[in-house]
Write a protein that binds this ligand. Structure first.
Ligand code: PMV
Length: 338
């Protein structure tokens, strides 16, 4: 049996503007998806998935992919999860040149499904890594990130960016600009996440921003300004000592840039009442900064706070369903059991 895990992610800076060629900085978080793979004698794939969400239900599904799962949860969530697992299996079979390889797969995840924290990317990355290792054909990380991107691209009809899969594979902070993805150095970042229990529709939000940009100069300027904020954030990250606890002054400066980034995203219409409420709750509780993360419309916010105050405040915020701490994950995909 081979077990691999991979982290989810938040956007420290730059979502939406990255679509127009500006840089963005996603960061891996210590919330992982774990995939267990056991090769089978036949060509069947059996999948068992527990705890695929923090919504308080458990998916207990055992069956071949392609069969109808008999579960009492929203079907789209299960179908989405199965689609990603199928795509990961196809990539692993192709990479190992074993088109008829069969597997028993168990998926566990600490990352809310569909909340913009990169849950699907983490499942795909850990799944491909575990399956190729189980077949005796481990991939180097660049190839793994590439195959995971192709799996997401396939399931999301070409709407995937490389950010999630690259970040989940490599861990730490990464910089994405177009197809150019690289890891960058970062100190320990004390992330706190608030989740409203919902999710925005990424495709609709991205096209909404595109329409705004075509119609109003201010929107094009706002996207370019987000790029400026990202570059300021990158400069600040490069001044910190990697993998140490940064000073409160440094965190205050980084947090202020996160606040600017949130304001600019709000101007583009991608925030939501629940997200704004969580952002303000965290700020008022003493967070250094807070912003929505991902496409917006609903889902998650990320705040910067080394104390437990923001998390407690978020837990008492009406629009917030779950709040949790998630430090920067310096390690990307890793083998848990060979
Ligand atoms: O919501 P997420 O984590 O899938 O992030 C979407 C990020 C966008 O910049 C809005 C779109 C993209 O593909 O980069």
């Amino acid at each position: 049996m081979t077990v691999c895990s991979a982290p989810g992610k938040v956007y420290l800076f730059g979502e939406h503007a990255v679509v127009y060629g500006e840089p963005a900085v996603p960061c891996a978080i210590e919330r992982r998806a774990t995939v267990e793979v056991q090769p089978r004698e036949d060509d069947h794939v059996r999948v068992r998935a527990d705890d695929l969400s923090l919504n308080g239900f458990t998916v207990e599904y055992e069956g071949r992919t392609g069969d109808d799962p008999d579960v009492d949860v929203p079907r789209p969530l299960v179908e989405a999860a199965m689609g990603y697992i199928d795509a990961a299996v196809r990539q692993a079979r192709a990479a190992a040149e074993e088109p008829a390889a069969g597997f028993d797969i168990t998926v566990r995840s600490e990352i809310p499904l569909g909340g913009g924290l990169g849950s699907s990317a983490a499942v795909v990355v850990a799944g491909i890594d575990a399956a190729t290792r189980a077949l005796g054909e481990p991939l180097e990380k660049g190839e793994l990130a590439n195959r995971a991107y192709r799996a997401e691209f396939e399931v999301q009809d070409g709407q995937a960016s490389r950010a999630d899969t690259f970040c989940s594979t490599m861990g730490g902070a990464v910089r994405v600009e177009g197809d150019d993805c690289r890891t960058i150095e970062a100190p320990n970042l004390p992330f706190v996440i608030g989740f409203d229990g919902g999710a925005g529709e990424t495709g609709e939000l991205v096209s909404g921003v595109r329409e705004l940009r075509d119609r109003y100069d201010f929107a094009a300027d706002t996207l370019a300004t987000i790029g400026d904020v990202v570059r300021d954030g990158e400069a600040l990250l490069s001044e910190a000592i990697p993998e140490t606890d940064p000073s409160p002054e440094w965190l205050a400066e980084l947090g202020e840039l996160m606040d600017f980034n949130h304001g600019l995203l709000s101007a583009l219409g991608v925030s939501a009442r629940s997200l704004d409420e969580m952002v303000w709750a965290a700020r008022e509780a003493g967070a250094h900064g807070a912003k929505l993360t991902g496409a917006g419309g609903g889902g998650c916010i990320v705040a910067l706070d080394e104390s437990s105050e923001s998390r407690t405040a978020l837990e008492f915020t009406p629009g917030c369903q779950r709040a949790f701490r998630a430090e920067l994950a310096t390690e990307g995909v890793r083998v848990e059991e060979a």
